[in-house]
Design a protein around this ligand. Structure first.
Ligand SMILES: NCc1cccc(Nc2n[nH]c3ncnc(Nc4cccc(O)c4)c23)c1
Length: 232
């Protein structure tokens, strides 16, 4: 997160850190007791290795009550996701067991009504992604508030030039923005997860390249289907 600030500890008890060999790779969030939603691009370069999912954390390194690392039973990328574009950039992770829910570990509801969030709506992104252009990684969860911008503006040829589909949304990226390692985290508007951070052009903090999110509502049926079929 560029231009943000340290989150109030455990005020975002749905936040997940997707890790490989103890290293934060991407964000994610708890959508059900045994399921985390993240971004398919997070699996690039992982050589098919399964993530471990850290829940209940504020600091990535310090011991904290309710902080727990979960093994992953299955990682299911959306069938339409691919390395060449940002379409269908969603990843479902089934935890080895149901997460122990408590004050520090909670499920975040996601939007099921497929309707655009109005431009200028203030939403929040959070994550352990880089906090400087030189790539400094924070130990503690960061957050930033960003206004939604219209798909029309985001699709302008000087911005993302007609690549933003109706299954994506954008926020202003002037100075304050999501960045490397924030992918997979939720964009929360009025307490509901409306989007999942996708890297897009990978640029951070430049107003010419607004932040892009995969809208969740268009994928509600896919998400429900995967969770139902893997249940038990
Ligand atoms: N703001 C959109 C967004 C959301 C999520 C991730 C991203 N960026 C990135 N995702 N993956 C990456 N691998 C390498 N570099 C990256 N961006 C980067 C790194 C240093 C300085 C800088 O200005 C930008 C990214 C960008």
């Amino acid at each position: 997160i560029l231009g943000g600030y340290e989150a109030r500890p455990h005020l975002r008890p749905y936040m997940a850190s997707l890790q490989l060999d103890g290293q934060h790779v991407c964000g994610g969030f708890l959508i059900a007791e045994q399921w985390v939603l993240s971004a398919a691009h997070c699996t690039e370069g992982t050589n098919g290795k399964l993530f471990q999912v850290l829940l209940g954390a504020h600091s990535l390194t310090e011991p904290e009550p309710h902080k727990r690392l979960y093994r992953v039973r299955a990682q299911i990328a959306h069938p339409g996701s691919n390395i060449h574009n940002n379409r269908d950039d969603l990843l479902l992770l089934q935890l080895e067991e149901k997460a122990e829910l408590n004050a520090h570990v909670k499920v975040l509801p996601f939007q099921r009504e497929d309707r655009d969030v109005e431009a200028d709506t203030l939403c929040e992104a959070a994550g352990w992604g880089t906090v400087t252009h030189s790539g400094r990684r924070p130990d503690k969860l960061q957050q930033v508030e960003r206004p939604v911008i219209s798909r029309e503006l985001c699709n302008h040829r000087t911005r993302h030039d007609q690549t933003i589909t109706e299954k994506m949304m954008c926020t202003d990226s002037r100075k304050k923005d999501t960045c490397k390692g924030d992918s997979g985290g939720p964009l929360v508007c009025n307490g509901v997860a409306e989007g999942v951070v996708t890297a897009g052009s990978r640029v951070c903090g430049n107003y010419k390249k607004p932040a892009i999110y995969t809208r969740i509502a268009p994928y509600a049926a896919w998400i429900d289907g995967v969770m139902a079929s893997a249940a038990g």
